[in-house]
Design a protein around this ligand. Structure first.
Ligand SMILES: O=C(O)[C@H](O)[C@@H](O)[C@H](O)[C@H](O)COP(=O)(O)O
Length: 231
């Protein structure tokens, strides 16, 4: 059974405050312990309010490195780019925001380049903040031909082509692998809505046999996982 704790909130505001507070705590702990912190933040819409609150936290941002958990193969200034939002929000605070891709390479080469960039930073990650889609994908670990590679590759990042391409962002991507995510000291999952809750509950129950990528991913987690949810 996957060791996951659910934290439920009545409103999106309470959810955002709690997630921002948790992220701040984990970053502060890493800064206290080591003098720097290396974290991966999800793309998508859900984390926006919590990341806006986190950006107000008094942290030694100059010692924090942020990477996206995954990104779409688009230029960094494209509005579909996950790193763009992170850079706009956290670069002005002095944080180092590391893109996984500039969208200028074919998918396999983009994966290798992302992996090489991650080889150059402190590892393992202190914290991975994940979202999840209603199809049970997380980061860009999607159903499709690349799923098994994302779950088994020893690399930190790989290039993937979701099949089908998600309608809201129909791009090939680069993603942290299961190995990179499960190596992190702390994992937080941030979702909203009844449908995602049902998908995640089933994924956690079915674990390695899950039809959902997130169930397969978390099946081998050894750290406790915090799930933050509101309707
Ligand atoms: O770039 C991405 O697509 C993501 O990082 C992805 O894994 C995201 O977290 C989920 O798709 C949920 O997205 P929403 O929060 O927008 O529903």
């Amino acid at each position: 059974m996957i060791d996951a704790e659910w934290w439920d909130y009545d409103s999106a505001e309470e959810l955002a405050e709690a997630v921002a507070g948790d992220a701040q705590f984990v970053i502060e702990s890493a800064l206290d312990a080591r003098g720097d912190a290396v974290v991966a933040f999800a793309g998508g819409r859900t984390p926006d309010a919590a990341q806006a609150l986190l950006a107000k936290a008094k942290l030694k941002w100059k010692s924090v490195t942020i990477v996206p958990t995954d990104d779409r193969l688009v230029p960094v200034q494209d509005k579909a780019s996950n790193v763009r939002g992170l850079a706009e929000r956290f670069l002005p605070l002095g944080a180092r925001v590391l893109p996984l891709t500039g969208g200028d390479l074919p998918v396999e080469a983009a994966g290798k380049a992302a992996d090489a960039r991650l080889q150059a930073i402190h590892w393992p990650l202190d914290f991975v903040w994940l979202g999840m889609g209603e199809d049970g994908h997380t980061a860009s670990i999607f159903p499709g031909a690349d799923l098994e590679t994302a779950l088994s590759a020893p690399h930190r990042a790989i290039g993937v082509t979701p099949d089908p391409l998600p309608a809201e962002a129909p791009f090939a991507r680069v993603t942290l692998t299961k190995s990179a995510i499960l190596g992190a000291r702390a994992i937080l999952i941030h979702i909203t809505g009844e449908k995602k809750r049902k998908v995640l509950e089933k994924a956690l129950k079915d674990g390695a046999g899950s039809q959902y990528p997130i169930g397969r991913l978390l099946a081998d987690a050894t750290q406790a996982i915090d799930i933050h949810w509101c309707p």
